[in-house]
Design a protein around this ligand. Structure first.
Ligand code: FAD
Length: 321
């Protein structure tokens, strides 16, 4: 049976995040030839609709309100629910991002729906779709089917490839007016930390440093390598606890879960809590002076050596390319 699927588009500073396009690709699979409707919530998001259509959405509904300039679960919840009530979809797709992780359970419980979270792949299509998601900190994968009722999923960024952009696609972009009221939180100002470069959650290359890096200054060569490869910097909790870098860079069970094309772990032992956040990376490279380090068990390529010698050599080699 063909389905109508709502996809929440996520934008940051006026730019759609890749996960929005990946969510459209997931929605297409689920829809079985039905309709994919993009939802954009914000204070000025109308202009982003076209790009979602070019990536495969059939039409867009926007809700614009000054209180939606910054994400709050109350505000976005009210905005999304208004679209939901109007559209009455068969399925909903969010990104498994900080926003999606916060908002999806609230909406699902409001709708008395189940939620299949952190989906990394979809086998089959339409009613036969089977959702694959990691469990036990990424040590195993389970396959889940939706029995009946609303199908509600969140997809892990960087796993389901987006469709190719087709600039000839067109579709309707409509807006609805929603009274956003009774907010328990109003964000008056956002003070950004000035982290260099690419966002780790969406980066294709992540260079992660651990306690072996030994100091905040020790991260500078890692940043240089990341810049050369167009990647981002990450860290173990050991490095964050030691104050070598900010906790926003922490990868793992209590940090961010990443699935880049290339992860390079530098001076990281490979504790189970760290591996929960990176073991699904497509290619894992580990640099550690201890040949027995646990991280070598999941590494595709291991370099046993002193990171202070290996990283400068890598920088020199990459500069030659
Ligand atoms: P270490 O274990 O100290 O490893 C440092 C490594 O660097 C060693 O293997 C050493 O051989 C190597 N090294 C040292 N010098 C050099 C050199 N010159 N060249 C090359 N290699 C060198 N951790 C996370 O990362 N993420 C999480 O989300 C997380 N959540 C946690 C949640 C809970 C409830 C708990 C209890 C722990 C959690 N941890 C988490 C912490 C985790 O258990 C480890 O303590 C932490 O990951 C260790 O960080 P590390 O590998 O950088 O440090």
């Amino acid at each position: 049976m063909s389905k109508k699927v709502l996809v929440l588009g996520e934008a940051r500073e006026g730019v759609l995040r890749n996960v929005s396009f990946e969510a459209i690709a997931a929605a297409k699979k689920i829809s079985g030839g039905g309709e994919v409707v993009g939802v954009l919530l914000g204070d000025s998001v109308q202009s982003l609709g076209e790009e979602m259509i070019q990536y495969g959405a059939d039409r867009i509904i926007t809700v614009e309100h000054p209180h939606l300039k910054q994400y709050t679960s109350d505000g976005f919840g009210q905005g999304f629910m208004a679209v939901y009530e109007q559209e009455k979809p068969d399925a909903v797709v969010f990104g498994h991002t900080a926003l999606g992780k916060d908002l999806s359970p609230k909406i699902a419980s409001k709708l008395s729906s189940g939620l299949i979270s952190d989906v990394t792949d979809i086998e089959g299509e339409d009613d036969a779709a089977v959702f694959i998601r990691p469990i036990y900190s990424g040590k195993a994968f389970e396959k889940v089917k939706n029995k009946d009722g609303l199908l509600f999923i969140t997809i892990r960024p960087n796993n389901i490839p987006p469709l190719e952009l087709d600039s000839s696609r067109t579709g309707d972009i409509a807006s609805i007016t929603v009274e956003i009221t009774n907010l328990r939180t109003i964000i008056s100002e956002v003070v950004r930390k000035t982290t260099e470069g690419v966002d780790m959650s969406e980066a294709k290359v992540v260079i992660a440093g651990g306690r072996g890096v030994k100091s905040a200054e020790g991260f500078a060569p890692l940043q240089e390598l990341a810049n050369l490869l167009g990647g981002a910097i990450g860290a173990s909790r050991g490095a964050c606890d030691a104050d070598y870098c900010d906790y926003s860079l922490q990868i793992g069970q209590t940090g961010k879960v990443i699935t880049p094309d290339l992860y390079i772990g530098v001076g990281i032992s490979g504790a189970i809590q760290h591996m929960a956040g990176m073991s699904n990376s497509k290619i894992i490279v580990a640099i550690n002076k201890d040949p027995e380090a646990n991280i070598f068990k999941v590494a595709d390529y291991g370099i046993v050596g002193d990171l202070f010698e290996v990283i400068p050599m890598m920088i020199e080699e990459v500069k030659k390319i």
